[in-house]
Write a protein that binds this ligand. Structure first.
Ligand SMILES: Cc1cc2nc3c(=O)[nH]c(=O)nc-3n(C[C@H](O)[C@H](O)[C@H](O)COP(=O)(O)OP(=O)(O)OC[C@H]3O[C@@H](n4cnc5c(N)ncnc54)[C@H](O)[C@@H]3O)c2cc1C
Length: 565
C-alpha cells in the first residue's frame, strides 16, 4: 500500500474502554482516525449471541464442558466468565505469556475489548488519592490533581451515563449522576448500623455505568434504560450499560472520520529518526500474517496496560534501543494492581418477610475510611469495600441431594438473607514489579511474549488483615450471624485492574509521561490506558482512564491545530 493511502491524522491502538474514548473525541473534532484492533469485529446487538438466552438454552445449563475447563485453567477463573460470556474472553492456548511469578492476565480481544465484560463500577478518585503516594513516601507525585480531571470526569459521566447518589464524601467525590437503584432492606439496615456504630464510615451507592434514566444524549447514542436483567456481560440489547461497542465507537463512526481495522495486531510503533517523532504503527494481520504500516500525526496507545507496555517495549529504534521513550529505563517497571484478596460474609436474621424486585446490576460500597489524608495505619494506602445483600433460593444445602418436584419446591421458596463484603485495595507501585519481553519465546505473530514478574508485599498482607477484621466487626455490630472471612491469596492479575509501567510524572528522570499523557521523549505518542497510572488509588480505575483519554485527546487536537504535533 502507498503511504498516502495509509495515512491518518490519528491512530488509536485498541478499541476498548479507553480506545473508544480516544476515537470519539478525535473524530468529533475532525481528525481522520484509524482504530487498530487485534480481535474480531463486534457490532452492537448483532454480535451478542447469548443476550436473550435462558439457562436451559445453553448446552450445559450455563457451565462449560470439562474439556474446556481443563484446557483453559486461567481464563475460566475470570470474574463473569461462563458459557454466556466466553466469546468475549480469549482462550489460554492462543495467547501465551510467561509468569515468572504467578499472574493471572485476563484479556478480551475483540472490538470493544473488556468494555463488553467489565463490572461497570465508576467511582471518582478523591483528591487524596492523587497526592498520598508522594506525601506518605510510597510513590512519586502525580503531575495532575483532582481539579485538573474533575471537568473531564463530568464530561465522561454525562456521556457514559453513571448512576449514583451525591453523598458529599471526601473519599469518593460526587459527579454527574443518574438516579441509583434502590437498596434492599438488608442493605438499608447495614447502612444504618454502620452509621450508628462507626461514625465516619459511609455505606452508599457505588457509581455504576448503568442507564437508570437515560438523557437525550444517551437516546441519541441509540441506548435505552437498563432493564435490571443483570445479564450485562453478554452485551446488552438495550444499551443499558456502557461499552465502547454500544456508545463511543458508533458515535465516532457517525462523524465519518472513523476507520476501524479489526484483526490488526499491532507489532510496534515506528520511529522516524530524522523527524524525531513517531511516524506510524506496524501491524500484522491476525489471519494472513501480512505486515502493514500505517502513518499518522499522533498515536494513542490504548491496548490495555500490559499490552500497551508490550507494544512500547517492542518499539525499538536506534534512538530508543530499549523501547519507545524509554530513556530512563523504567518502562515496564512500577506495575501495580488492586488487592482483591479479602472476602467476608454473614447470615442476616430478621428480614424473612421481605423480598426485592428485579436483578439489580449494581452494589453498595463503603467508601475508603483508612489513611484518608493522614497516615494512621501500619500500612499505606486505602481500600474500598463493595458490599450487598441477597436472599438465597431455598435451603441451598439440600440442592445436591434433591431432584424433581421437591427440588422445584425448594427453589421456589425464599431462603435466608445473606450479606457480603469484598476488598478493593490500593497497592504500592514498586520498581521490582515488572513486565518485560521474553528474549526467547514469541507468539504466533513473531512478537516476543510478555514476561510478568509481579507480586504482593507485606503492605498488602496487612491491608487484607485489617479489611477482614473491620468487615467482621461491622457485620458483628450489625447483629449478623455466622461471620465468614477469607483471604483467597489469589495471584495478582485476577483483579483485572493492572496499572502502571509507563507512569505519568513531573520529572522525565523518574517517569515516562507528562501531564498530558505524552511520552516525555516522543511527544506525538499518548498513553492513556492503565499503563499511565502513577499509583493505583482505591477506586475502580476505568472511569479515570476514560477521563484521562478525553482530556489528552482534546489536548492533542489543540496541539495539532496549532501545528505543534
Ligand atoms: C469481569 C471484569 C470486571 C471488571 N470490572 C470493572 C469495574 O467494575 N470497574 C472498572 O473500572 N474496571 C473494571 N474492569 C476492568 C476494565 O475492563 C478495564 O480497566 C478496561 O477495560 C481497560 O480499558 P482499556 O481500554 O485499557 O482496555 P480494554 O478495554 O481491554 O481494550 C484494549 C483493546 O486493545 C486491544 N489490543 C490489545 N493489544 C493489541 C495489539 N497489540 N494490537 C491491536 N489491538 C490490541 C484488545 O484486543 C482490546 O480490544 C473489569 C474487567 C473485567 C474483565
Amino acid at each position: 500500500m502507498k503511504q498516502a493511502d495509509n495515512t491518518y491524522d490519528a491512530i488509536v491502538i485498541g478499541s476498548g474502554i479507553s480506545g473508544g474514548w480516544a476515537a470519539k473525541e478525535l473524530c468529533e473534532h475532525g481528525a481522520k482516525t484509524l482504530v487498530l484492533e487485534r480481535g474480531r469485529n463486534v457490532v452492537h446487538n448483532k454480535d451478542y449471541p447469548t443476550a436473550n438466552l435462558h439457562p436451559w438454552e445453553f448446552p450445559f445449563r450455563g457451565r462449560m464442558s470439562a474439556r474446556f475447563m481443563e484446557e483453559n485453567p486461567l481464563i475460566t477463573k475470570a470474574a463473569g466468565f461462563g458459557a454466556d460470556t466466553a466469546h468475549f474472553f480469549i482462550q489460554d492456548k492462543d495467547h501465551p505469556y510467561v509468569q515468572e511469578k504467578p499472574f493471572d492476565w485476563i484479556r478480551g480481544y475483540q472490538v470493544g475489548g473488556k468494555s463488553l465484560t467489565w463490572g461497570r463500577a465508576c467511582q471518582r478518585w478523591s483528591k487524596h488519592e492523587f497526592v498520598a503516594p508522594e506525601k506518605f513516601g510510597y510513590g512519586i507525585g502525580w503531575p495532575i490533581t483532582y481539579d485538573d480531571v474533575a471537568p473531564w470526569y463530568s464530561h465522561v459521566e454525562k456521556f457514559v451515563g453513571v448512576c449514583g447518589t451525591r453523598d458529599g464524601i471526601d473519599a469518593m467525590p460526587d459527579g454527574e449522576f443518574l438516579p441509583p437503584f434502590e437498596f434492599n432492606c438488608v442493605e438499608r439496615d447495614l447502612k444504618e448500623k454502620i452509621a450508628t456504630h462507626f461514625p465516619g464510615r459511609h455505606l452508599v451507592h457505588a457509581r455504576w455505568a448503568q442507564l437508570t434514566q437515560p438523557t437525550d444524549l444517551h437516546l441519541q447514542q441509540g441506548r435505552g434504560k437498563c432493564q435490571a436483567r443483570n445479564l450485562c456481560m453478554r452485551g446488552c440489547p438495550f444499551g443499558g450499560y456502557f461499552s465502547s461497542v454500544s456508545s463511543t465507537l458508533p458515535w465516532a463512526e457517525r462523524t465519518g472520520n472513523l476507520t476501524i481495522r479489526p484483526h490488526a495486531v499491532v507489532h510496534s510503533i515506528l520511529y522516524d529518526e530524522q523527524k524525531r517523532r513517531a511516524a506510524g504503527v506496524r501491524v500484522i494481520d491476525a489471519n494472513t500474517k501480512e505486515v502493514h504500516d500505517f502513518y499518522s500525526k499522533v498515536i494513542f496507545v490504548n491496548g490495555s496496560a500490559l499490552n500497551s507496555l508490550l507494544i512500547l517495549m517492542n518499539s525499538r529504534s536506534s534512538r530508543f534501543p530499549a523501547g519507545l521513550g524509554n530513556d530512563n529505563g523504567i518502562l515496564g517497571k512500577y506495575v501495580a494492581f488492586h488487592n482483591y484478596r479479602g472476602y467476608a460474609s454473614a447470615d442476616v436474621p430478621g428480614f424473612e418477610d421481605n423480598y426485592y424486585r428485579g436483578r439489580n446490576p449494581t452494589e453498595p460500597i463503603i467508601a475508603n475510611y483508612r489513611n484518608l489524608g493522614k497516615q494512621e495505619m501500619d500500612y499505606v494506602g486505602g481500600f474500598t469495600t463493595f458490599t450487598g445483600a441477597w436472599r438465597e433460593r431455598g435451603d441451598e444445602s439440600k440442592l445436591e441431594t434433591t431432584i424433581g418436584a421437591e427440588l422445584k419446591d425448594i427453589r421456589a421458596t425464599p431462603g435466608p438473607w445473606k450479606t457480603y463484603m469484598y476488598l478493593q485495595g490500593e497497592t504500592i507501585p514498586k520498581e521490582s514489579n515488572t513486565v518485560s519481553l521474553s528474549k526467547t519465546a514469541k507468539d504466533q505473530w513473531d512478537i516476543p511474549l510478555l514476561v510478568a514478574s509481579v507480586d504482593y508485599d507485606t503492605n498488602d498482607d496487612k491491608m487484607v488483615k485489617d479489611f477482614l477484621d473491620q468487615s467482621a466487626e461491622m457485620l458483628d455490630r450489625a447483629g449478623y450471624k455466622n461471620i465468614f472471612q477469607n483471604d483467597s491469596h489469589q495471584p495478582p492479575g485476577l483483579d483485572i485492574h493492572e496499572m502502571g509501567g509507563c507512569r505519568m510524572g513531573k520529572d522525565p528522570k523518574t517517569s515516562m509521561l507528562n501531564k498530558w499523557n505524552q511520552l516525555h521523549a516522543c511527544k506525538n505518542v499518548f498513553v492513556t490506558d492503565g499503563a499511565c497510572m502513577t499509583s493505583t488509588g482505591n477506586q475502580s480505575p476505568s472511569i479515570l482512564y476514560m477521563t484521562q483519554t478525553a482530556r489528552a485527546a482534546n489536548y492533542a487536537i489543540e496541539e495539532m491545530r496549532s501545528g505543534n504535533l
